[in-house]
Design a protein around this ligand. Structure first.
Ligand SMILES: [Zn+2]
Length: 391
């Protein structure tokens, strides 16, 4: 082992996903998550039930120093079992806590990278937690001091053999974090990309693409009547067309939209019957508005396997597949959590598609969307309330 990477900062929300994605994309990288280690230590120490306060409880009872020693012992065990050259350790403690842990790891011949969370976010959380009216400038000084003394202490006590220590103060943005990790490993020339499996179209596009189908902001949403970001790409397909897995992964959810089942949403809204798959790159793919779902939760899926049959369920008025690509494993959609599916799918000159949709009774409404993409509402759609056609 030559490198070790610490992602510190208790509120860098993106770190787990970004790290997992790196692990999935490259050879020779292993990840150690200190969260479960601390949870286990807490459990074994018998402090009783606690919601989310287990780190603080451990530190209050044992002190930061002993807690760090315990965590470091567990990390070392995992390190000795790993065959990977590069290890990413993600920590859910304070900067100081992580620095203490590093001291006890007694690392030899490692590179160390600290990645910290967005300081504005840390400041907000500090104010909430400490109920202290410290100014932002004073808080910054406090963090700088903490960092200086922490790094100094490690250098003095334990890290004389460490090759380099780098500190990055970046925000919790997934992409920035991923870039920071990648460029770090690239510099060290320890990174080999895995043979990439490339995505395939879940269903062959056959009909002309309407403005309405594209990823991006819709000036007026058909059902909501106001501007709405469209988080996926719609592939118009006749009812019961087989839908293939664009890439391998594991099924996270398969079935009716939970809000529809629970009755908290109208039948004619949202994703309808859908399959969500966490793919081999750590992205969550959503296949929505299906008629039939043919996989079950927890099932491993290979590229090209049929996950369901297309339909018009949920907030759909023309049978189509809504294909959505979330940047990471999140249940949230929207611009900040998704990418344009066309960015990962094989290039396809969609302007060559000129065929009009021809399945009755939807074909007539499809023509209306072609003429007037943003002026159609349920009033113009004769079957908008019919469960026979909207499903
Ligand atoms: Zn859609």
């Amino acid at each position: 082992m030559k490198n070790i990477l610490f992602l510190t900062g208790p509120h860098a929300v993106g770190k787990t996903y970004a790290s997992k994605e790196i692990c999935n994309s490259y050879e020779n990288i292993d990840m150690i998550d200190t969260g479960p280690i601390m949870r286990q230590l807490y459990k074994e120490s018998g402090f009783g039930s606690s919601i989310g306060e287990w780190v603080a409880t451990l530190e209050n009872n044992f002190g930061e120093d002993i807690t760090s020693l315990l965590i470091a012992t567990e990390i070392k065990k995992i390190l000795s079992e790993s065959y990977c050259d590069n290890i990413i350790v993600i920590g859910f403690r304070s900067l100081r806590g992580i620095l203490y842990t590093a001291k006890y790891l007694n690392l030899d011949n490692y590179h160390v990278l600290f990645v910290d969370a967005n300081r504005e976010l840390l400041y907000e959380n500090f104010l909430k937690r400490e109920k202290n009216n410290i100014s932002y400038q004073d808080f910054e000084n406090y963090l700088d001091e903490e960092l200086k003394s922490g790094l100094g202490e490690i250098r003095n006590c334990a890290m004389k053999n460490i090759n380099s220590i780098k500190y990055y103060n970046i925000c919790s943005d997934q992409d920035l974090l991923k870039k920071a990790i990648e460029s770090y490993f690239m510099q060290e020339r320890k990174l080999e990309r895995k043979n990439e499996e490339s995505y395939i179209w879940p269903v062959e596009p056959k009909y002309m693409v309407l403005d309405h189908d594209k990823y991006g902001l819709r000036p007026i949403h058909m059902i909501l009547g106001k501007p709405r970001f469209h988080s996926g790409f719609d592939i118009t397909s006749r009812t019961l067309t087989p839908i293939k897995a664009s890439i391998g992964g594991i099924v996270l959810t398969a079935g009716l939209d939970e809000k529809i089942v629970s009755g908290s949403a109208n039948w004619n809204e949202r994703y309808g019957n859908k399959v969500e798959i966490l793919d081999n790159y750590g992205r969550r793919l959503v296949y929505a508005h299906l008629r039939e779902v043919l996989v079950r939760e927890g099932q491993l899926i290979h590229q090209g396997e049929i996950v369901g049959l297309s339909g018009c369920s949920g907030g759909s008025r023309i049978p189509h597949l809504h294909f959505e690509v979330r940047k990471f494993n999140t249940s949230h959609s929207g611009e900040e959590n998704t990418i344009n599916p066309l960015d990962i799918l094989p290039t396809y000159d969609l302007s060559l598609l000129t065929e009009h949709f021809d399945e009755p009774p939807y074909a007539e409404v499809w023509e209306k969307f072609l003429d007037n993409p943003w002026g159609i509402t349920d009033k113009n759609i004769p079957y908008a309330r019919s469960r026979k056609f909207i499903r």
